[in-house]
Design a protein around this ligand. Structure first.
Ligand code: GTP
Ligand code: MG
Length: 298
């Protein structure tokens, strides 16, 4: 009987999670340090921010940003492995008036990814070791060398699944409400049919519920599109070299009691060939890594 009730509540919770919108988080009845807002609220908040309209050529670019309140320096990190058909679209859609530098972390691509990214104005950093986390670490090493560190780092994927034009919405809670970490949640936004596999949806549900259970933080996704204050990112001391990267960030942020939130982001079917979620090996490998990472930091 008890088993049946537990089973029912797990199924209900899972179904709640795949309804993707307007969910009542009080249903989970756990500590909710993450806060969720409706898309309208988020868009309104983002549109009310005064953002820099700098020309990147200006020698006083940083000075302007520093001097003016609410004008943070934002750098974007994009891990990319053989994304020649997608990377140009991603770079085109990033609202560059919000961003100082876009760092494409080219992870041993054998196609034209690096050339296309450079031609589109991004800084291309070569990550000579395969792995999502590795690519991000190389991108961050490049940023760390800069004289002027950013205030915020935004991560997003190179396969054009994310909607880069939502960047202002993703950074808004950091700028306006002093959050440390903002996760772009695909579970709260519009998900194009087929953009995520059922295994991915289930994996995210499981991982976020385990984080809630063990760390007391309520997330709904481990999505790649996210923003974090640079000093908070340094405090996390990120280590993961593969697909534990996103979950490591969330688990460590929860452990350090950082101020975290989520905003709804849209997600579409990727351009190009699936490398992780579309393959059995990739799905099992990423799943294992994610679960292992959750338990590792307990
Ligand atoms: N698979 C893989 N992706 C990498 C690597 N380095 C960087 N990436 C990039 O990391 C991002 C996420 O990888 P994806 O292959 O899109 O993973 P996914 O979104 O889980 O699954 P699919 O989009 O279905 O393949 C993409 O921008 C990749 O180009 C790497 O070593 N392996
Ligand atoms: Mg992808």
């Amino acid at each position: 009987m008890v088993d049946e009730m537990i089973y029912k509540s797990i199924i209900e919770s899972f179904l709640n999670n795949i309804q993707y919108r307007n969910r009542t988080y009080s249903a989970y009845g756990m500590i909710i340090r993450t806060s969720h807002k409706s898309r309208k609220e988020v868009q309104k908040q983002a549109s009310s921010i005064t953002v820099p309209r700098p020309t990147r050529k200006s020698p006083f670019f940083h000075l302007h940003l520093r001097e003016m309140k609410d004008r943070p320096i934002i750098d974007v990190v994009i891990p990319a492995f053989n994304e020649e058909n997608a990377i140009g679209n991603v770079l085109r859609d990033i609202p560059m008036d919000w961003v100082r530098e876009v760092v494409v972390c080219n992870n041993l691509s054998t196609d034209q990814t690096a050339r296309i990214a450079a031609e589109a104005g991004a800084t291309v950093v070569d990550a000579p070791i395969q792995g999502y986390g590795n690519a991000c670490l190389f991108g961050l090493a490049h940023i760390a060398k800069k004289e002027q560190h950013p205030d915020i780092v935004v991560f997003l994927d190179a396969d054009y699944s994310d909607h880069p034009e939502q960047l202002p919405e993703v950074v808004a809670p950091i700028i306006q409400e002093n959050f440390d970490l903002v996760i772009g949640s695909r579970a709260l936004g519009d998900l194009e049919r087929g953009a995520m596999t059922p295994q991915q949806i289930f994996g995210n549900w499981l991982a976020t519920n385990l984080i809630q259970l063990f760390y007391g933080y309520r997330f709904t996704d481990l999505g790649p599109f996210r923003a974090i204050r640079y000093d908070s990112l340094l405090a996390l001391d990120m280590k993961d070299k593969t697909y534990g990267w996103t979950v490591e960030m969330q688990v460590k942020a929860a452990k350090q009691k950082m101020k975290c939130t989520e905003i709804p982001v849209n997600y579409r079917v990727r351009i190009g060939f699936s490398k992780v979620s579309g393959t059995i090996k990739g799905t099992i490998g990423a799943g294992q890594k994610i679960l292992w990472t959750i338990f590792k930091y307990l």
